[in-house]
Design a protein around this ligand. Structure first.
Ligand code: FES
Length: 127
């Protein structure tokens, strides 16, 4: 799967929102550096976090086991599956929040905002 990614810090700095329809178009046109915006390819049975790391990126994580939410991402387009979820609320799932350390792509193309630790509701989850 092909994953287009964007750092949440960029949204915070520029006043962009996860709900912006043209979020990734704006990112593509903004001359962001390769850590903040770009794409990675995810092999079958590989989680998003691992794929990003294999491509040389440093995305936040701690437990690597679906228990802390440090690795949380917002899936803006496309679909991933998680084998289990013990910490994300229904509301967060509805917003597209997923744990990158255990998320496997379902669709061929994904748009993902990583580093969303400052998204309301996530702070109190991180252990
Ligand atoms: Fe802890 Fe993914 S690193 S849930």
């Amino acid at each position: 799967a092909r994953v287009e990614f964007l750092d949440y810090d960029v949204l915070a700095e520029r006043g962009w929102s996860l709900a912006d329809d043209d979020l990734f178009e704006k990112a593509a046109e903004s001359g962001l550096d390769g850590d903040a915006y770009g794409e990675v390819f995810v092999e079958p049975r590989t989680n998003l976090l691992k794929a990003a790391e294999d491509a040389g990126h440093s995305w936040p994580f701690a437990c690597r086991g679906g228990a802390c939410a440090n690795c949380a991402v917002a899936v803006v387009d496309g679909e991933v599956k998680m084998p289990s979820n013990h910490i994300l609320s229904e509301e967060m799932l509805d917003q597209g929040v997923r744990l990158s350390c255990i998320s496997l792509p379902v669709t061929d193309d994904l748009q993902v905002v990583y580093n969303i630790e400052h998204l309301p509701g996530l702070d109190e989850l991180r252990l």
